[in-house]
Design a protein around this ligand. Structure first.
Ligand SMILES: *Cc1c(COP(=O)(O)O)cnc(C)c1O
Length: 402
């Protein structure tokens, strides 16, 4: 039995089937390339769902992590540690916000934004007890906790996980009018992905985020931007909201904030919002730990140079130009921004899964989402040559089904 077959067999038998991985067992990775246990190399076009924006084994991030591993890894928030102040101030400056609240996973950061908005609603806006509502979008993806799946519209994510948390109103994504109609006196927040990642890299109409911002301001409602997947360089800007010059009240960050090394998430907001949280009211044993902060600090340093944002913009143009040539040749539509694309394959040709498997056989790792959509998000360190090589492999793969 090959190493791959053996590892997959044990993994499937001894772990819950909550994922459906491609049949590859990865052993190591550098930059945009991964190597499996058989020694075969593949170009990574998923980047851990945008957790690896700065590449596998990014030198600056690994160095920061190694140094921190030797010095101090955990204190809990019972004490201060010497990486924390820099992380709080650095992430606050990056987002232009007064304060941050660090957690670990993306879902925890979303939960944090929900709790903070509700508390702000009761204590600052003056909403009557237990009456707060939050407006969310159809086809959203914000994580997997019971509260978050309560307002998912994906049956897989939601079915048989009830009873569900109340207090959410679901409206059509991309429609400012739908938000305007749903808002009432008890609305405390609008929670939106500036680009919907899991839904298939859905880019809302131009001006949508600007309108969401205006509606929130007019109605004294917090705008929460879940930038966990869209943020930190992926779209060619630090935040996807930057494309419209929109500043949300709460940024929700995760994924790439941990540099592909450790889970690091946070929300960032001004003191008038985040100041509602007092000792004992929210927290996490691991949130803001020294290793997480050291890695986060390296990520913030990288983002402050603007190098990756510029690179994602430049390579994104090339990626989208090439992908556009596939439309009509087995590809129905291509969406996206920067180094991020959702490619809808003609469903009569092949499923997204079939395309992903055939693409893997040609040396490119990408993953399907929702039927026949393939999501492309290579590490931003990828070379132009490798980028074009991978799109050629995609073209060949699609061609092979025709
Ligand atoms: C991945 C993701 C999350 C959840 O993050 P986890 O770290 O998996 O909990 C939330 N929101 C968006 C937009 C995401 O892409």
């Amino acid at each position: 039995m090959s190493k791959t077959t053996e590892q997959i067999e044990i993994s499937e038998r001894r772990s819950a089937h909550n994922y459906h991985p491609l049949p590859i067992v990865i052993h190591e990775a550098h930059g945009a390339w991964v190597t499996d246990v058989e020694g075969k190399r593949y170009l990574d076009f998923l980047s851990g769902y945008s957790s690896l924006n700065f590449g596998h084994g990014n030198e600056k991030i690994i160095e920061a992590a190694q140094e921190q591993l030797r010095n101090l890894t955990l204190t809990s928030r019972a004490f201060y540690h010497d990486q924390f102040a820099r992380f709080a101030a650095g992430l606050g400056d990056l987002t232009g916000k007064d304060m941050i609240l660090p957690m670990n996973t993306g879902a925890e950061a979303v939960e944090t934004a929900i709790k903070v908005s509700r508390k702000w609603g009761y204590e600052v806006k003056g909403v009557a007890a237990e009456q707060a509502n939050i407006i969310v979008m159809e086809d959203n993806f914000h994580g997997r906790t019971t509260t978050i799946v309560s307002f998912s519209t994906d049956p897989d994510a939601r079915t048989n996980f009830g009873p569900y948390t109340p207090g959410f109103k679901i409206v059509k994504y991309g429609s400012a009018e739908a938000i305007r109609e749903a808002i009432d006196a008890n609305t405390v927040a609008v929670l939106v992905e500036p680009i919907q990642g899991e839904a298939g890299v859905l880019v809302p109409p131009d001006g949508y985020l600007t309108q969401v911002r205006e509606i929130c301001t007019e109605n004294n409602v917090l705008m929460i931007a879940d930038e966990i997947q869209s943020g930190l360089g992926r779209t060619g800007k630090t935040f996807a909201c930057d494309h419209e010059g929109v500043v949300p009240d709460i940024y929700v960050l995760g994924k790439a904030l941990g540099g592909g090394v450790v889970p690091v998430s946070a929300i960032a907001a001004d003191a008038g919002v985040l100041g509602v949280i007092k000792p004992g009211q929210h927290g996490s044993t691991f949130g803001g730990n020294p290793l997480a902060c050291a890695v986060g600090n390296a990520v913030i340093d990288i983002l402050n140079t603007g190098e990756f944002q510029e690179r994602a913009t430049r390579l994104g143009v090339i990626l989208h130009e090439r992908l556009a040539t596939l439309v009509g040749k087995g590809v129905v539509t291509v969406r996206g921004r920067g180094l991020w694309a959702g490619v809808d394959i003609d469903p009569s040709l092949a499923s997204g899964r079939q395309i992903s498997e055939a693409l893997m056989a040609r040396g490119v790792l990408a993953k399907d989402t929702h039927g026949s959509t393939i999501r492309l998000a290579p590490p931003i360190v990828i070379s132009e040559e490798d980028l074009l090589w991978a799109v050629d492999r995609l073209a060949e793969t699609i061609e092979s089904f025709q």
